[in-house]
Every structure is written in structure tokens, then in C-alpha cells.
Design a protein around this ligand. Structure first.
Ligand code: CMC
Length: 391
């Protein structure tokens, strides 16, 4: 019988089993393989978290060294990919460039696209984690009109990314360990988030047997929207538009007005009906980074903090359980580091790549059916074709 459950937006549809990430939205809890995000953000580092997400356990020293060596060995991009960049307009949004370049990876690395070969799946996984920082940094350099900076394998993952973004031939960027740690923490906080829109997109693409690079490109595309990963750019632009603390009530009023499409960016979440635990860590990190850079009187941070305070006391936001999410404070840190807003979502994409590929790997290791939602048809009933003269 052709019976199915109608669930637009998949608010109550479980699409898969997974052992990777757990969220308790009521409590505001996020666990990667059982470990709370707060502990990982404080004590671990991004590549270790990548290992944990991919293989299920924290690595031993030897396992970590081996993983790090494998990742660093793959940080370069095929030299011909340089040419690929120059096909884009300089004023293209870096997210458009990243989407295209990641999609093109299957053209350059087709020796790791056989999804039925576990070794090729592993190579594709390592390549994606290793090359995404280079791809994203080069999108930044291309937009800035600066020469591409090659990866340096003596630096750690976050340091190398900052180096590729901010070094110029005339002057090597001096990586500050505290900024590198903050960058690493941003990567860690974004690493996975179970079946969100982009991850579900990756799984859906993967369910058809598409190659991993094509699947991740689909994830990048989905992440771009302002309701998802694009919220970090939209949030900072909103905070700048609000400008001063005295303007906040006007924007709160707009956000509550049903006839106004405006929403408070960086607020609300499908699953969290409590504080997003990532937002708490991000807020502390923002204070630390701005302090380090001597930007104590940052108006954007002041607006963000006051906006959070007012919203959390407002009946509308309380009733609807709308709390700050991960995107609320991340932009302030990235801006302080020197990134333009257009780079925020590409940085999210590079961080989330490990989550996407872990979920894809998990799916590939189990037998799964092609993802194929049903629909409720509301169009015209059967009718006969009418010749143009008779219309
Ligand atoms: N500002 C004002 N009202 C809001 C907001 C907001 N940010 N978010 C939700 N609401 C209201 C919404 O109007 C609706 O009201 P009503 O029930 O009266 O129609 C109610 O709260 C429920 O909202 P919804 O859109 O049905 O909830 P959802 O689970 O479909 O959407 C969301 C979740 C994250 C898309 C939404 O909260 C939103 O648009 N937030 C702003 C964008 C944002 O910050 N996105 C980042 C999400 S977290 C990280 C990521 O995925 O990248």
C-alpha cells in the first residue's frame, strides 16, 4: 500500500542510525562519540577530534602520530587546480569557489573514488581533511588578489591554515599560539552535529553511490544558506547593522513581528531548546581573543552581549526557547583574526568536512538503501494534452 508519513522539514523523521554524535536538545548537551564538547574544546585539538569522529576512539600517541603524518602528506593541491581557480571571477563569493573546487576534486583524484574499495574510501577521507584548509585559504587569496601560499607541514592544522591565509611572499605571518588555539577551537566546535541539513544532504547524495568528493560538494552547497552555515556571516552583518546598543530594541521588535521576515541571526535551533553548548565556549573564546588583540572596546561584541541579554529576558524568545547558537559569537572571533565576513561560511565548511565524511564513512560501512522521500501531490489531476491552437 502506498502509505507514508507526511513530515515536511523532517521534524520527526529519523533517517539513519549513527554512533557518532549525540545531542540532547532539552539539556543543551553535545557529545562526540560520548565525549562532551566542552571537554574536547578545552583539552583536545582538532585533528584528535577528527580521529575520534572517524574511528570512534581517542587515538594512542602512535595512532595520532600516524594520522597526523597521513594528513600532512596530503595538504598540497594538484598543481593544475591552480588554473581551476583562475576560471572564477575575483569578486566571486569564496563559498562559490570552494563549492566548485571541492566538486572538481573527483576530476583530480579519481584514484580514490571507488566507493566499494575501503582503502580508496580511506584515502579520499584523508585527502578531504588535508586539502580543505588549502582549498579555503586559496579561495581567500584569490579574492584578495594575492599569490597562493603553499601549506607548511611543520605547522599544526590550525597554524597552517592561518599561515596559508595571512602569509605573503614579502612577509611570513607570525602565528600567535593563542589565536591558533582559538582557530583550532572553532574547527572543533563545528566538526560534527549529527543529521543537520548539510550532513543529511551528504548522506542522501552518498546513498546513490556518488563519490565522496561529489557528496562533500553537495554538503558545502547546502551549508551556504543563511538558515544553516551562512548564519555566521549573516549574524555579524546584522550585529554591524544594529551598530550600537541603543538600536537593539528596534531589532528585537522587528524579529518578533510576524509581518517582518527579519530574524535574529545566530538565534534559535531545530534541536536545541536550551543554550547551544558551542555558543558558551565560543563566547569565552571571543573574550579571550579580543583581550589578546587588545580590542577591549569592541562595539560588535558589546552589541552581541547586550542583544543576548535582552533576548534571553524577552517573553517571545523565552516562550519559543530561542537561545544563541554556534554562529552567534564565532564571527566576532573570525573578524578579530582578520577574516572578512565572506570567509566565515567557508571556514565552517572546512571544519564540518570531517563530520560529513565520518557520516558518509559510517553509511558506507553499513548496507543502506537509496534515500528517497515521498511527497504529497497537490497538483492537477489527470488531463488530456491540448494542442497550442486550442489553448
Ligand atoms: N528570530 C526570531 N524568531 C525566530 C527565530 C529567530 N532567529 N528562530 C525561530 N523563530 C521563531 C519562528 O518565527 C517560529 O515562530 P512561530 O512558531 O510563531 O511561527 C518559531 O520561532 C519556530 O521557528 P521555526 O523556523 O519553525 O524553527 P526551525 O526549527 O524550523 O528553525 C532555525 C530553526 C535555526 C532555522 C531558525 O531558528 C532560524 O532561522 N534561526 C536564524 C538563523 C540561524 O541562526 N541559523 C543557524 C542555526 S545553528 C548552526 C547552523 O546550522 O549553521
Amino acid at each position: 500500500a502506498d502509505v507514508f508519513t507526511f513530515d515536511p522539514g523532517y521534524t520527526s523523521t529519523g533517517s539513519c542510525e549513527s554512533k557518532i554524535t549525540f545531542i540532547d536538545g532539552e539539556k543543551g548537551e553535545l557529545l562526540y562519540r560520548g565525549y562532551p564538547i566542552e571537554q574536547l574544546a578545552e583539552k583536545s585539538h582538532y585533528l584528535e577530534v577528527c580521529y575520534l569522529l572517524l574511528y570512534g576512539e581517542l587515538p594512542t600517541k602512535a595512532q595520532m602520530d600516524d594520522f597526523e603524518t597521513r594528513v600532512t602528506k596530503h595538504t598540497m593541491l594538484h598543481e593544475q587546480m591552480r588554473n581551476f581557480y583562475s576560471g572564477f571571477r575575483r569578486d566571486a563569493h569564496p563559498m562559490a569557489v570552494v563549492c566548485g573546487v571541492v566538486g572538481a576534486m573527483s576530476a583530480f583524484y579519481h584514484d580514490s573514488t571507488d566507493i566499494n574499495d575501503p582503502w580508496q574510501r580511506e584515502v579520499a577521507t584523508i585527502r578531504l581533511i588535508a586539502k580543505l584548509p588549502t582549498i579555503v585559504a586559496w579561495a581567500f587569496k584569490y579574492a584578495a588578489g594575492q599569490p597562493f601560499v603553499y601549506p607548511r607541514n611543520d605547522l599544526n592544522y590550525a597554524e597552517n591554515f592561518l599561515h596559508m591565509c595571512f602569509s605573503v611572499p614579502a612577509e611570513e605571518y607570525k602565528v600567535d599560539p593563542i589565536l591558533a588555539k582559538a582557530m583550532d577551537r572553532i574547527f572543533t566546535l563545528h566538526a560534527d552535529h549529527e543529521q543537520n541539513a548539510s550532513t543529511s544532504t551528504v548522506r542522501l547524495a552518498g546513498s546513490s553511490g556518488a563519490n565522496p568528493f561529489a557528496c562533500i560538494a553537495a554538503g558545502v552547497a547546502c551549508l551556504w544558506g543563511p538558515a544553516h552555515g551562512g548564519a555566521n556571516q549573516a549574524c555579524l552583518e546584522m550585529l554591524r547593522e544594529i551598530g550600537t546598543v541603543d538600536q537593539i530594541p528596534t531589532y528585537i521588535k522587528k524579529a518578533k513581528d510576524k509581518n517582518d521576515p527579519f530574524r535574529l541571526m545566530g538565534f534559535g535551533h531545530r534541536v536545541y531548546k536550551n543554550f547551544d553548548p558551542r555558543a558558551k565556549v565560543m563566547k569565552e573564546s571571543a573574550d579571550e581573543v579580543l583581550g589578546l588583540l587588545g580590542i577591549e572596546n569592541n562595539e560588535t561584541l558589546a552589541v552581541a552581549k547586550e542583544l543576548e541579554k535582552i533576548a534571553l529576558e524577552d517573553e517571545y524568545f523565552v516562550e519559543k526557547k530561542l537561545y544563541p547558537n554556534v554562529d552567534f559569537y564565532s564571527g566576532i572571533i573570525l573578524e578579530a583574526m582578520g577574516f572578512p565576513t565572506s570567509m566565515f561560511t567557508p571556514i565552517f565548511a572546512l571544519s564540518r568536512t570531517v563530520g560529513w565524511i565520518s557520516q558518509w564513512k559510517e553509511m558506507m560501512e553499513e548496507s543502506s538503501k537509496i534515500g528517497r522521500p515521498r511527497q504529497l501531490y497537490t497538483g492537477a489531476a489527470f488531463r488530456d494534452y491540448v494542442d497550442v491552437a486550442g489553448r
